[in-house]
Design a protein around this ligand. Structure first.
Ligand code: ATP
Ligand code: MG
Length: 398
């Protein structure tokens, strides 16, 4: 037995938008818990993930170290659907034990050593608890004040002791790290991301994972006319993004020859859009094969000539599946900041020879006509070509 009043270490998770769900809420929660369990496979401690009312608790085994608790917290911080992750303590459900735990938690904190202003914030999810929240605040706060002489500051505390009275236990903690927010991956279905080696598409993938999509990644390489560098980059990006969803797959289409035929079709100014439509058609074919219900791209309105409103319309026209463009209203600086935050920017900025560099007309069409594009596609036999391209695909599983 330890002499500590702090009971067992645990990690307490606060759910995001899920709490707004009505009847479906339970489905979302089950998905989230299953995602959390999957994510924690990579952490070397056996945990017990439990649903409580409006929160999820992860209990660590007795004797688990602070490092292990931290590793669990850090890992779940990447799982979409959570807004806060607290390293907490699970203590017995009586005011005296809670008070002792509060004293110990504050006594150990760096803030207390600096004489920080503090507050206690209690809430009861179980109203049968003998004290009201306000009473509990004053009871524990008063003791902390007596013991350490710290000043109380309810408006702007430097240290907050959170006490949450739950059904079977009380959780007590002082800090937390923000989660990813959004919805649990998988709760919105499956989609296919068109993934270049650039900055935008990995961010687009991340944003859609956060809206509950599990995504596969599709990369078009310039092979056999380029090196494999862009594939390595795409692979590195997928590895970086896998922590948000797990079980990621990268599909690579050797696209060089198809690009050559587009270039040879003589329609220089339309080549980029014609190529993008062929990519989308191929992606649609692949999506059907892997049962993905939408395509995702990193397009942002007006960012480059292929992303004018006219040209985006011409791309939508190429396929029947919806094309999701989460970055459509984002500035490049915003996209870059997000890429830096999720750790993909430095990979995207590595040099590579994307297949697109094979097609760089002097002047690209900003108002491509769909009829002209269809003419090119007829000559290429695009419908057949995209089936062949989908047949030549290679899978890279993480
Ligand atoms: P990114 O930074 O994502 O490469 P970008 O600003 O370079 O985007 P484009 O090259 O016009 O813009 O590409 C627009 C979108 O088309 C990309 O976000 C991506 O979804 C898709 N795309 C472009 N090239 C490829 C490729 N080689 N393989 C797969 N998808 C691609
Ligand atoms: Mg690109």
């Amino acid at each position: 037995m330890t002499m500590s009043a702090l009971g067992e270490p645990c990690v307490l998770l606060k759910l995001g938008e899920i709490v707004l769900k009505g009847k479906n809420r339970e489905l979302f929660e089950r998905r989230l818990i299953s995602n959390i369990r999957d994510a924690l496979q990579s952490v070397d401690v056996k945990v017990d993930v439990r649903k409580r009312h409006g929160v999820i608790a992860i209990f660590l085994p007795e004797g688990a170290t602070a490092e292990q608790a931290e590793a669990v917290a850090q890992r779940v911080a990447d799982v979409p659907g959570l807004v806060w992750i607290h390293r907490a303590w699970r203590v017995a459900k009586d005011p005296e034990t809670v008070l002792k735990a509060g004293l110990e938690l504050v006594g150990e904190s760096e803030e207390a050593k600096r004489g920080a202003r503090f507050a206690v914030r209690s809430r009861r999810r179980d109203k049968r608890f003998p004290m009201h929240s306000n009473e509990l605040d004053r009871y524990v706060g008063g003791a902390i004040n007596d013991e350490y002489g710290l000043p109380v500051d309810l408006k702007n505390p430097e240290l907050t002791v959170f006490i949450e009275v739950d059904r079977d236990e009380v959780f007590i903690f002082t800090g937390g790290i923000p989660g990813q927010g959004g919805l649990p991956v998988g709760s919105s279905g499956r989609a296919l991301v068109l993934m270049s080696g650039g900055i935008d598409s990995p961010v687009a993938a991340y944003r859609m994972m956060r809206r509950g999509l599990h995504v596969d990644f599709l990369h078009f390489s310039g092979i056999p006319f380029t090196t494999s560098e862009s594939i390595y980059k795409a692979y590195a990006l997928v590895r970086k993004l896998d922590r948000f969803q797990g079980r990621s797959r990268l599909w690579v289409v050797p696209f060089g020859k198809a690009q050559q035929s587009i270039r040879n079709s003589g329609q220089d100014r339309l080549a980029v859009i014609a190529q993008r439509r062929l990519m989308l058609k191929t992606a649609e074919e692949v999506a059907h094969r892997i049962r993905a219900a939408a395509l995702i791209t990193g397009d942002a309105l007006g960012q480059v000539s292929s992303q004018t409103l006219t040209n985006i319309t011409a791309q939508d026209n190429a396929v029947e599946l919806p094309i999701l463009r989460p970055l459509v209203g984002w500035d490049k600086t915003e996209i870059m900041a997000e890429a830096r935050r999720i750790g993909t920017l430095e990979i995207s900025e590595l040099p590579d020879e994307d297949c697109c560099s094979l097609l760089a007309p002097k002047r690209a069409e900003t108002r491509a006509k769909i009829e002209d594009l269809k003419q090119i596609e007829k000559r290429l036999d695009a419908e057949e070509l995209c089936v062949q391209l989908a047949d030549s695909i290679q899978e890279y599983t993480l």
